[in-house]
Design a protein around this ligand. Structure first.
Ligand SMILES: [Zn+2]
Length: 341
């Protein structure tokens, strides 16, 4: 990016109410078959419009074609039985009924390449596409086939790499892997987590990013955050490893969080995508607040390596709130950009 402090959303945006019920995760689709396909892509075009009008520099699909950032990808893979469900604990935080891995996992065809081509056609700005990370994927499944979290993660990493190459061919400029599980499973992170992430992004010529956060602004996550104490130092586990990795960009949560901003120093040399928008509340940040959050990071990251973003996806928010937060993000980054130049 030639622009200083380029702005982008992390991934998801709320969907239009004609497509699925808003302010709800896993909200069922309201359309079916051909109408659903057309509706999803129309919603994606609207999401591009909203981001462009807000003044964001890097455009995402807003995850308008997915019901959920992890589940939808897995639904397109072979080897997973969605009718056979078991209850497991997600990220050590809440119980959920999840599908079962019953055989070798496989990808018959690209899951998102057609959606990405539409995104490419809808904007001239750089585009970013998010995929769920291997560790986050295995954490939403019951495995009755490999019976090894590491082996299943490795299989998913191989599949993700195929998908990432299709997305790159569709014109995606930044491929982002979402790994909120990196803030929870520190032993696995060190044993194979970062290696699986590098496997998923191996051989790509486009930029690669990893997004690690404390989750959507839903109750299970805000309750968990309340137990983490005065300072959230979870990033100290992953950042030194990521600093040594092949990943170009690291996306983290910052505004209204208890993450000590100096942890960013552990990433020195990498591009940092800083969360300057809170996604756990409806209050709209002022541009000055956004600029202040971004400014606080400058002692720890070179200014040409700082991107401005949200803390996480905005799917659970009201549409109007998400729009205003995107405007605040663009205006806040603009304030600091003028100050620096
Ligand atoms: Zn997130």
């Amino acid at each position: 990016m030639n622009t200083l402090l380029p702005t982008t959303i992390v991934g998801s945006l709320p969907k239009p109410s004609w497509l699925s019920e808003p302010e709800k995760l896993w909200s069922p689709w309201k359309l079916h078959d051909g109408e659903l396909r057309e509706g999803k892509l129309d919603a994606q075009t609207l999401a591009v419009h909203d981001q462009s009008r807000a003044g964001l520099d890097i455009i995402s699909d807003g995850e308008q074609t997915r019901q959920h950032f992890v589940t939808t990808f897995i639904e397109h893979l072979g080897g997973v039985d969605f009718d056979r469900r078991e209850t497991v604990r997600i990220r050590d935080r809440y119980d959920a009924s999840v599908p079962t891995v019953v055989g070798p996992v496989s990808r018959e065809e690209s899951v998102f390449a057609e959606d990405a081509k539409r995104l490419r056609a809808d904007t001239d700005r750089p585009i970013k596409w998010a995929l769920p990370g291997p560790m986050t994927m295995i954490d939403t499944l019951y495995d009755d086939h490999y019976r090894s979290r590491e082996q299943l993660a490795w299989e998913f990493a191989t599949i993700l790499n195929q998908e990432a190459k299709d997305l790159e061919a569709a014109g995606v400029d930044i491929i982002q892997i979402d790994e909120p599980a990196f803030n929870v499973f520190f032993d696995e992170l060190k044993d194979w987590g970062v290696a699986a992430l590098e496997r998923a992004t191996e051989g790509l010529n486009c930029k690669t990013a990893v997004h690690i956060c404390y989750g959507y602004g839903i109750k299970a996550n805000t309750d968990w955050k309340a137990t983490l104490g005065a300072e959230w130092r979870q990033y100290e586990e992953s950042f030194p490893l990521l600093q040594q990795s092949s990943i170009d960009i690291v996306s983290l949560e910052s505004h209204n969080s208890r993450v000590p901003v100096e942890v960013i120093e552990l990433l020195r040399g990498k591009t940092v995508m800083l969360g300057a928008i809170d996604v756990a509340g409806d209050a709209i940040e002022t541009p000055e607040e956004v600029a202040a959050t971004l400014r606080s990071a400058l002692p720890f990251v070179d200014e040409d390596k700082l991107y401005a973003s949200g803390n996480c996806g905005m799917a659970p928010l009201a549409r109007g709130v998400a729009r205003q937060k995107m405007v605040a993000l663009a205006e806040g980054a603009g304030l600091l950009r003028r100050e620096l130049s």
